[in-house]
Design a protein. Structure first.
Lengths: 474, 474
């Protein structure tokens, strides 16, 4: 097993990412262009993400269900903006059971239409509302330029779809789920985010307002890491989703949809990773701890493995891997697990056995410490909490350092080459388009948390009443 | 909400099933022919099934991963029997991103081929073996005659795919996973099963040997409820999955695959359901308990709801629903939750409050009992265990009563009209086909647990060395 080193992040961030995903065995390229295999280590990370989100969805009253993969083409056409937005990206089934189909079937790119159709069937009265359903599945969007986890033809995600009696309730739901995403990102993934409202040109095809959480990657580019859409009555009208209110009057429901995908795995890699490889947050890491026994002869081996087994049992509450491979050296194992981002390494050598201690090495900081074998679980728990907190602090620091408030458009053009610009903006689509064309920076959105006051647009100088974040983005 | 009664099982078992699935809100018909929506109540049941299976898979060393939905058509053609078996059932994508594709893509009907392709890439040495991967996903097989959960164009399942250094290891894996399924079926779902080896004509397309667990439904028809296939070197040769053994010689791996699907939800419905509706096993039921508060005036209401809240807290370890709807009567609620199969109902009325008790009504037996509010959790736990055990006992009894050992073919033809026949069989495909043609009973398989000895074939009279089960099947 010859070990090839990763390119450094500063040298080639993109190649560092591509190679790391493969070497850490998170994912692999699949035979059909643009599709990926999520390998067991990557899937375990995604499963931990899904568990952390799912418990939050359930705590806010949502239930899971499953809707079909195939949507009649005519359904998409019922919402004009929706079909326009998604048409270029569709995969279409034209043959079923050996015969040409009368109506082609779309492989779902998102499920608003088919879910709208079912909701129209299920919802009759105000008593049936709200409907709060989430789905875990995969969707297909034909992509020309793909990158593992970040942009793939098929990707895994959850899509929440809710229906409400009033616009106010639907708006509150949209906001609530955005906050759920932000809470998850910061407290589980240690990924700091900004909650924003998307501009008209960046919003969801068919929606009224879109919101997202935006995160800063290690190269300072932005990544939209989760979205929540207020759809108003658009889909209710397209699919006739109506209910009888308390006064026996027929009303349209208001709907929302919100999603977070395997893109988020990419965010975790790019926010925390370093030149040695992944750095995974303890709360989501497939293995929180790796134990590496170290011995040079049979006598040491017996004593070390006995102690390893005792420590393994003391640490039974953690997600843990004992690396007792005989064919590779401890040094190889250290590098291997560092590359895979395991938050904490526990080394047990003859000296550790002798001293009744273990050696700890944190993935997020250099150096080793020793701790008595007795009571190791408490120390490990506290250390993992420290690592989790430290990762968030470091990422916040990085985001703060690389978010700028340029004085003029010249400075703006400079800072968005390697950072975010948080600026006054005139809210005109035309100005937004020109900024993109001139600087490659896109409008990431209008932060919900506005400083207040007024200013002038960073580009055109027109009066501006809101600040927006511009950055190059994935 | 007018309540329409279900047809009785004896009157029309098939319609009883179809209506029950809809009324209990387990699933619904989706717009594309043959596809289904699994509604939240049905999905919660499936999630409990997946959790019970997943923990067993992990306990036997398996990990989860995800492989793409789209498989190049040419992959299927690499294994001759495989493509023959699946060709008539394929859904094919011919358009992607607005353009005709050069090579059509198959929407996976099962993933042996694409996983074989990836294993060939990943496996190099004996050190990489065994590979023990499971996938939770959905697959598509074009079906002409569909029935919710039992046969749908798209269905949800898990598919395990393992690769081993030797045939013996692969055979042991095949057998182990069959036993995992049997253990799950009996101990979680209270569904008794027979473990069988499939005849040549009933085996998996491309496999060497197929095994299944067979369950008897409430109308005595058989249902194949889970399958485990030993694939030998067939897929290893088709996809060049080879490894260097300890002697540095290149060898083919031996592979297995095994799956259990949302069909199993159908089995639970048809094994346990009665004329009032579903009867769900406590270990898998979305709600193990429903609490129904009963009150006639405001004073009663306050006291009853206070006690309801106290009981709810005492029962916090269980999956529980409090039905405090005001717009329907307690009688309506009783029928409603009976139809949905909740194992145990806890009624709390003014008299219960007065006496410091609760009233219990089991779904699996008639009648009510009372138990002190103090210590209710222990009684409930014991009662749920009794219900679980009683359901398995009753189902076993039913299976025993309806499994026959006919003396001759005339009697065979009679008993398979409403039961299983466990008979000596000559093992000839021709005889098997004629039995099917003459009686509609198919060979469900050769039980692994054979009585030994010899006999003569129930149909042709030729010498027979194995017994097989024949029955009409879903």
């Amino acid at each position: 097993m010859p070990e090839e080193r990763l390119p450094s992040r500063s040298e080639n961030f993109s190649e560092w990412y591509n190679q790391l995903v493969l070497k850490a065995e998170l994912a692999d390229y699949a035979p059909v262009r643009g599709t990926m295999v999520v390998r067991p280590y990557g899937w375990a990370l995604w499963e931990n993400i899904t568990a952390a989100l799912d418990s939050r969805f359930k705590a806010t009253g949502h239930v899971n269900a499953a809707f079909p993969l195939f949507i009649p083409m005519s359904f998409l056409q019922k919402e004009k903006d929706h079909v326009e937005g998604f048409s270029p990206q569709l995969a279409v089934v034209t043959i079923g059971g050996g015969e040409e189909l009368e109506e082609p079937l779309v492989v779902r790119p998102t499920s608003e239409t088919i879910i709208g159709h079912m909701y129209a069937k299920w919802i009759e009265s105000y008593r049936d509302l709200p409907v709060l359903i989430n789905v875990w599945n995969s969707v297909v969007r034909w992509e020309l330029r793909t990158k593992l986890f970040l942009r793939t033809t098929e990707f895994y995600w959850q899509e929440g779809h809710t229906a409400h009696a009033t616009a106010e309730e639907a708006k509150a739901e949209t906001r609530q789920m955005l906050e759920v995403y932000a809470d998850f990102a910061e407290n589980e993934a240690a990924v700091p985010v900004v909650m924003v409202r998307k501009s008209e040109s960046e919003k969801f095809a068919g929606g009224v307002n879109s919101y997202s959480i935006e995160a800063m990657m290690g190269d300072t580019r932005a990544l939209q890491a989760g979205t929540s859409h207020y759809l108003g009555e658009n889909f209710a009208k397209a699919f006739s989703i109506r209910y009888l209110d308390r006064d026996n009057t027929l009303q349209y429901v208001s709907t929302t949809s919100w999603g977070l995908s395997t893109r988020f795995v990419g965010a975790i890699i790019m926010v925390h990773g370093d030149d040695q490889g992944l750095v995974l947050p303890p709360r989501l890491a497939p293995f929180q701890i790796v134990i590496v026994p170290i011995h040079k002869n049979e006598e040491q081996r017996r004593a070390v493995l006995e102690q390893t087994e005792a420590i393994r049992q003391s640490l039974g509450d953690f997600r843990l891997k004992v690396d007792d491979r005989e064919e590779v050296t401890p040094g190889f194992k250290f590098n291997d697990w560092e590359m895979r981002g395991v938050p904490l390494r526990v080394e047990i050598g003859p000296k550790d056995v002798e001293q009744g201690q273990v050696t700890l090495a944190r993935r997020d900081e250099k150096g080793r410490t020793h701790t008595p074998a007795e009571g190791v679980a408490e120390v490990v728990r506290a250390t993992l909490d420290e690592i989790q907190a430290n990762m968030l602090t470091k990422a916040r620091e990085f985001m703060r350092e690389n978010t700028h408030d340029p004085a003029d458009y010249a400075e703006f053009q400079e800072v968005v080459k390697a950072g975010w610009a948080d600026v006054w903006w005139c809210a005109e689509a035309d100005c937004e388009a020109k900024i993109k064309q001139e600087t490659k920076a896109t409008n990431r959105g209008i932060p919900l948390d506005q400083t207040g006051g007024e200013g002038v647009c960073i580009r055109c100088g027109d009066p501006a009443r809101e600040r927006a974040i511009f950055a190059r983005a994935y």
